[in-house]
Design a protein around this ligand. Structure first.
Ligand SMILES: [Co+2]
Length: 470
């Protein structure tokens, strides 16, 4: 899930922004109506929250919001091999009842049953040019993480891999409904984690990390089916981005891929996959966002796509970015642009990044579109001034079931919550909840995305969401 780049103006060499409550994200004044999270705020998730507040639009509940974050991931055959190897090494085969216990289709077997002793690691990559020598044991760990951090992260990543591979095989095909795909993914996440989220607070133990994103063609990010909406049927010439998250105890894995059935779009997908893998390759302790962004853009824009006899350059989308991830906060305060930029931010040991890229045959610049994707509780905003009783009770429900995890209307309605739009409007107007809407490139264009979540250990990085698929 990408985040709107509040610093786009900086990339454009314009004066740095702000304190105003409503900021333009883009350089075109007409481009975006919302503002976005703040860049310079601390890297803690809560700080990003207040920045985002400014984004809320004041129209009705169907506001368009911004914020997209992506986390692409790249994988190469070489990396795949490495992952498999490490998996083997890490798994105590003696304790694995793998021969008897296999995942079902649809996936309904707990990953904790499939991996009773240890979850598989992601792709482990030592940092290049590391002067500190670190032994293998301590390389893939950080003093900054608590005991359960790695196990929770690896469990969430395994759930992501198993669910997405099921989705690729069984749910996503021309003629499939987007609602069925979303629910199939979400039911899989709930079943594999063992948390169905129906009892109060259960969704805070494990659940979706944010609403399942299913974005077609020129819709780049932040679209999910809504209750009562017309169902959308996948067509064979569609380009579909599937961006979903899994959290276990607030440790969020954010990973996305793109599906196209028509080989016309293969070069677009290849460009974005290579760009994301470039971002991952450059990630590490002390890596600079400016260098990562420039490297991503160079790879992305070396591709072109021919559609119906016309050649389109692949453009790196410039006003959304990858991001760091904090516990229960999908967006921390750091951003990783996919384009050349002047950011002075660096990556640090112990941090978690969603490295994603988006490539487009359109403008490479996203605007808000109508509709609602979801809502996120801003935990640094006081509810003391809230008077509307429907808003107060809705806030209780949100705090008890989602906390600061971004959720959508389907997740609320599944809990039996009704008539929440007025209360939600009040929460949004008070800055307590931020609402998010679709982000689109120009009509007729095609956008692709790949994203992985990467953990920065002391001596190497772990591409936690890497799989044999991407
Ligand atoms: Co993301």
């Amino acid at each position: 899930m990408p985040i709107l780049n509040f610093e786009t103006s900086r990339w454009d060499q314009r004066p740095r922004k702000n304190t105003s409550r409503f900021q333009m994200v883009g350089s075109n004044s007409n481009a975006l109506k919302s503002a976005n999270p703040d860049p310079k705020v601390s890297q803690r998730g809560s700080s990003s929250a207040d920045l985002d507040r400014g984004i809320v639009s004041d129209e009705d509940d169907d506001d368009a919001n911004q914020e997209a974050g992506m986390n692409p991931s790249v994988s190469t055959a070489e990396k795949k091999k490495k992952r498999k190897r490490s998996k083997k090494k890490k798994t105590k085969t003696g304790t694995l009842p793998a021969t008897e216990l296999k995942q079902t289709s649809p996936p309904r077997v707990l990953v904790s049953s499939l991996f009773p002793s240890e979850y598989p690691a992601g792709e482990l990559v030592p940092y290049e040019n590391m002067s500190r020598t670190t032994d293998e044991e301590s390389r893939y760990n950080s003093r900054l993480w608590d005991e359960d951090f790695l196990a929770d992260y690896r469990q969430a990543a395994e759930i992501h891999r198993q669910v997405r591979q099921y989705a690729q095989k069984e749910l996503i095909y021309p003629g499939a409904s987007l609602l069925t795909i979303a629910e199939g993914i979400e039911d899989g996440i709930r079943a594999l984690s063992g948390h169905h989220g129906l009892e109060v607070g259960d969704g805070l133990k494990a659940s979706m990390g944010f609403p399942t994103g299913l974005c077609l063609n020129n819709i780049a990010a932040h679209w999910t089916p809504n209750p009562g909406g017309k169902d959308v049927i996948l067509q064979k010439n569609d380009v579909l981005k599937v961006d979903f998250g899994v959290h276990v105890n607030g440790r969020i894995v954010d990973s996305a891929f793109t599906v196209a059935f028509d080989p016309t779009y293969d070069p677009l997908l290849a460009a974005v996959k290579a760009a994301t893998n470039t971002g991952i390759m450059h990630a590490g302790v002390d890596a600079r966002m400016s260098e990562i962004g420039a490297a991503i853009q160079e790879v992305m824009e070396s591709y072109e796509v021919e559609i119906a006899g016309k050649v389109f350059p692949v453009k790196a989308v410039r006003n959304i970015t990858g991001h760091d991830i904090l516990r229960y906060h999908i967006h921390g305060g750091k951003q990783i642009p996919f384009v050349k930029n002047n950011s002075r931010d660096k990556m640090e040991e112990g941090e978690v990044f969603a490295i994603e890229t988006f490539g487009s045959t359109g403008k490479g610049y996203l605007d808000d579109d109508m509709g609602n994707y979801g809502y996120g509780r801003q935990d640094d905003v006081s509810a003391a001034n809230l008077h509307l009783s429907s808003a107060k009770s809705l806030l209780k429900t949100i705090d008890a079931n989602f906390g600061t995890i971004v959720f959508c209307r389907r997740y609320l309605e599944r809990l039996g919550v009704k008539n929440y739009l007025l209360g939600m409007r009040s929460l949004i107007d008070n800055g307590i909840v931020q609402s998010y809407g679709p982000l689109v490139d120009v009509k007729g264009s095609y956008v692709a995305q790949f994203e992985h979540t990467v953990l920065l250990h002391s001596g190497g990085k772990e591409v936690i969401s890497r799989g044999d698929d991407y």
